[in-house]
Structure formats: C-alpha cells, structure tokens
Design a protein around this ligand. Structure first.
Ligand code: FAD
Ligand code: DLZ
Ligand code: SF4
Length: 509
C-alpha cells in the first residue's frame, strides 16, 4: 500500500522528517503549487517566483534520485488550487493507506492539515519539524511558569545546549554572552561593499517568471532582475560568500542603513533558511569556525549566531506558544489604515521612500530597516497591527507567519504589550539621522520637531509618548524619556499634537 508524503513550499530539505524513512518501493511524494497559498496575502511577485521555482528545483532534485513524485503546477488544468483539495484529489485517485507530513510553519495551514484525517478517512501522521535548533516541547518547558520571556536568557540556554561559542570551562567565549553594544556603529562616509553572488534565471525559472507575470502581475514588487539562489547548492555558495566577504564587518555595521545599498554586510539568507535550502545549525557552526580561524571577530560572529540561534528560535517559540490569540492582540488599541505609500513608495519621507523602494526591488530589506523605518513609523502613527502584519507577510521573500508575526506584532508594534520586547522600539528622526544617510536627501529636517520642515518622526515620537502615557510611563525602561516629556512645555506639546494630528489626517495626500 502506498504512503503519501506531502512536501509544502517551505519544506525543501531532503533531511526533513516527512522523508526520513522513505520507502522507494511503496511511497510517493506530492507537491502542489496552488493559488490559495499564492494569494492569502498578495505576495511580492519575486517571492512567488522564488517559492515556486525553488519548489520545482527541489522536485527535480528528488526525481533525479528516483523518488516517485507528483508535482502539480499552478497552470495544471485539473489543479483545484488549494492544498486540501489537491491532497483529496490525489487520494481519490490512488487510495494511499497513510499520509505523512511535517508540521506546517503556519497555524492556519496546520489547522487544515489536522482536519485531513477526518475529511479523507486516512491516517495522517504529522511529524515535528526537525529543522530547528529548539524543539517546540523544549521551548514550552523553558517558557513554563516564567513571568517574562526574554530572548537573552533563552539564547544562553541554546548556546550551552549546542556548545556554540563556549569555552572548555563552560563559559561564554570572550567573557560575555552578548556583544550587542559593539554592533551599532553608524555608517562611515566612504564605505565599500562586496558585490553579491548572482544566479541568472535558468529555463525553469524563466518559465515560472512568465507564469507569475500572467497570474499575479497586479501583486506588489518587481520580478526582474531575478537572481536569488534556488537550490541548496546555490544557497550554500551564497552563505560561503557571506562568510568570506561580509561576516567580519557584519557585527559593526549591523544597524547601519545607506541609500542604494540594500544589503551592506548582511547575509541575505533568511529566505533560504526559511524554505529549508540552508540548515541553521550548519550556518552557526560555519560562522563559529570563521571565528576560530580568526577570519572574523567575536562581536561579528556572536552577533550573527545570536540572530539565528537566539532570535529566530525564540520568535518561533513565541508564535507557537501564543497562537491563535497572538494574531488578534492590539495592546495600544490603534486602528489607522495602512497608508498607500507602503505600496507605492511615494512619500516625501526619504527614509520610508528608500526602504519601500528597496523592498519593491528585492523583496528584502534588512532588520533595522524593517524595525526602525517601516516598523517605527507604523508604531508612531498607530497603524492597524493586522494591516501592517499582512504587509510584512506579503512583501518579503522570507516571510512566513511563524517568523513575521512576532517580529511585527511584538518587536515592531508592541501590539503584544511586551511579550517579545521589554519596551517599544520607538525612535525619533535623530536615530535615523545617526544610523543612515537618508536624511541628507530628505525634504524634511531631522533636527526640527515643529514647523513645515519638521521631520515627521520627531513630532510623531513625542505625540506617541504623550498619547500612550498611561500604558508606557510605568515601564522602568522608559523612565528617562517620560521624565523629559514631563519637563516639556505644555504649549509645545499642544503644538506637536496639532502638527501630528494634521499630518496623520493627510497621510494619503
Ligand atoms: P542577517 O541580518 O544577516 O541575520 C542572519 C539571520 O538571522 C537571518 O537570515 C535570519 O534567519 C535570522 N534573524 C535575524 N533577526 C531575526 C529575527 N528578528 N527574527 C527571526 N530571525 C532573525 N525574518 C524572517 O525570516 N521572516 C520574516 O517574515 C521577518 N519579518 C520581520 C518583520 C519585522 C517587522 C521585523 C522587525 C523583522 C522581521 N524579520 C523577519 C527578521 C529580520 O528582519 C530578517 O530575518 C532579516 O532581515 C533577514 O535578512 P538577512 O538574512 O540578511 O539577515
Ligand atoms: C508561500 C507559499 C506559496 C506562495 N505557495 C505555496 C504553494 O503553492 N504550495 C505550498 O505547498 N506552499 C506554498 N507556500 C508556503 C505556504 O503558503 C505556507 O506559508 C507554508 O507551508 C507554512 O509553513
Ligand atoms: Fe526620515 Fe525624517 Fe530623516 Fe526625512 S528627515 S529621512 S523623514 S528621519
């Protein structure tokens, strides 16, 4: 009897749990491109090309190794365009005795997978996703009974568990767990960045590009040029290039932002990690190796490992711990509609213009751009958390709900009231001026808080603090800033409030 193994679009790893005991005599794989997954948010066109072409490359890789596989293309005339109905269609035709699947990364998908057994009257085995460094059980145990969940303490436990950057005496390498303070250098005037590896679209990708242009040309984003890696070999080359050319500077300039330089020294591997073309532990071990061979300093390597071993795993744990209610949270009770310029990039605020433009071109922007430009604006302006989340889920090639949602709701918007972060990441134009060169080309003046030329991030910052005083002033990490607000002249606060209200009422003009 046939066992059906199902591989989802972000499960493109040959060592995934659903394939672990594959019987080449009996078993069959099903992969399906479906409109329901392509449109549950209007994914960036480049993201769609990436997902579909990486799926097709993975299927071809399996076929070349004689795996039995059915691959349903989006344009297949019999395609019923949802995962459940495609599984149902295959089961009706071939009557498998069992289905095996690795758990989904998204609550929404996991819920319909759970319904298959009753719907299809076939046993469905849902296996744990073995591509993470912390199991969900382990995370739940760590979180259990804790009043506050802080990434830093989780990260220390993960460092010990995986023996990454640890001395023989069980101490953190370099005497400290975290070198974050050394990772916040502003950009220097004359900086040069290594060119990125580029993988020209092969025939298979060109076919996908044509298909996406036909089916989703109304979605946000530029399809071309398309040069992202599409299989595990190309993704490994990309990572090797990062280790050799970028990692040494990654630490110092992790938070810097520059016009025309979307990638700086970042790895640009999240899209590959999230679909399974790279393995997170392997990446951490290779980065550690670069430190041991004195090819990169400790602040860079620790900073990089912390992102993957710490933040990525912590964020995933929070998602599964708090869903489904997490998605509905709105601690600051805000509901302003997402302004049109998040799609068009047409705004006089140069920082937002530049970041949204880069997002449109690359389906990528680096962490500080997501957090301190688009995220910070959404926080200060009180944009609706669900609309903002859907935007992030749509526009980035690496976006899947398990990782996007806690980053947006928790880290950027403080909509979770402090589950992910201990305080809102609110910042004025002064921060953006220090960490970028955006302000030099802006019609607004980053030094001004009131008046026609005033940087909107400045007046919105004080407006935000004043407006949310009841919710935030008692936060010990905000004592200093609220003391400054208290000293501010009342008439100045009123002028700021008027300016902010007027600006927010005219966001789309
Ligand atoms: P690098 O800066 O080179 O970091 C290395 C790796 O660390 C990344 O590839 C990523 O896998 C991991 N990492 C770093 N920070 C985080 C983080 N906060 N959470 C999880 N992993 C992290 N990341 C996604 O993968 N998908 C998303 O949908 C996503 N949405 C985000 C939304 C917002 C509002 C914010 C503030 C952050 C979001 N992030 C998301 C986290 C982070 O911005 C990206 O992982 C990072 O920018 C990817 O670029 P990179 O590969 O060059 O990362
Ligand atoms: C993101 C995505 C897209 C665009 N298309 C498909 C698809 O056609 N078939 C599929 O199996 N998966 C796709 N995915 C990924 C899923 O929507 C979903 O985000 C992940 O499986 C969650 O872990
Ligand atoms: Fe952004 Fe203000 Fe700087 Fe303009 S002046 S780029 S709006 S921070």
């Amino acid at each position: 009897m046939v066992t059906l193994r199902i591989i989802l679009g972000d499960q493109l790893s040959q060592n995934i749990s659903s394939l672990s005991d594959f019987d080449s005599e009996q078993d069959h794989i099903l992969m399906a491109e479906v409109m329901a997954e392509a449109t549950y948010v209007p994914h960036h066109q480049k993201k769609l090309v990436f997902v579909f072409s990486a799926m097709r490359h993975f299927a071809a890789q399996l076929q070349a190794q004689n795996y039995q596989i059915t691959y349903i293309k989006l344009e297949d005339p019999n395609n019923s365009q949802s995962l459940t109905t495609e599984v149902q269609r295959w089961c009706s035709a071939y009557s498998p005795s069992k289905i095996i699947i690795t758990e989904s990364g998204e609550y929404r998908v996991q819920e319909f997978i759970k319904s298959w057994q009753d719907l299809l009257h076939i046993p469905v085995e849902i296996r744990a996703d073995n591509r993470f460094l912390c199991t969900l059980e382990e995370f739940m145990q760590w979180a259990d009974g804790k009043k506050q969940l802080r990434m830093e303490f989780f990260y220390r436990q993960m460092r010990k568990k995986h023996q990454l950057l640890m001395t023989a005496d069980g101490l953190p390498e370099g005497g400290s767990w975290n070198f974050d303070k050394e990772n916040r250098k502003p950009p220097k005037k004359a900086m040069s960045f290594p060119n990125r590896l580029s993988f020209p679209a092969d025939l298979l990708t060109q076919e996908v590009i044509t298909m996406v242009k036909k089916r989703a040309n109304h979605h946000f984003g530029d399809i071309e040029p398309f040069d992202y890696a599409l299989n595990n070999i190309q993704a490994a080359e990309t990572f090797k290039y990062f280790l050799e050319h970028c990692l040494a500077n990654f630490g110092n300039y992790q938070d810097a932002m520059l016009m025309g330089e979307p990638f700086l020294y970042h790895s640009v591997i999240s899209l590959y990690l999230n679909v399974g073309l790279l393995d997170p532990l392997d990446c951490c071990l290779k980065a550690q190796n670069a430190y041991q061979q004195q090819k990169a300093p400790l602040n860079a390597v620790e900073g990089f490992i912390r992102q993957i071993l710490g933040w990525r795993e912590f964020i995933r744990g929070i998602y599964w711990l708090k869903m489904p209610t997490y998605k509905q949270l709105n601690h600051l009770q805000v509901n302003r509609a997402l302004p049109e310029f998040y799609w068009s990039a047409q705004t006089k605020m140069n920082c937002l213009h530049q970041v949204i433009l880069q997002t449109r071109q690359n389906a990528y922007s680096h962490h500080i751009q997501r957090l301190m430009i688009t995220g910070n604006f959404a926080l200060l302006a009180g944009l609706d958390p669900q609309e903002v989340s859907n935007w992030y889920l749509a526009v980035y090639a690496d976006a899947y709900e398990w990782v996007e949602l806690p980053n947006t709701m928790g880290m950027a918007l403080y909509a979770d009231g402090g589950i992910v972060g201990s305080k809102p990441y609110a910042a004025s134009g002064k921060y953006i001026k220090r960490m970028s060169n955006f302000c030099t080309d802006c019609q607004y003046d980053s030094q001004e808080t009131i008046g026609e030329k005033a940087c909107p991030f400045n007046f919105l910052y004080w407006y935000f603090l004043e407006k949310n005083q009841n919710l935030l002033a008692s936060n010990p990490r905000m004592t200093n800033i609220y003391a400054t607000l208290k000293r501010m002249d009342r008439s100045k606060i009123e002028i700021i409030q008027n300016q902010a209200n007027n600006f927010l009422d005219n966001l789309n003009f």
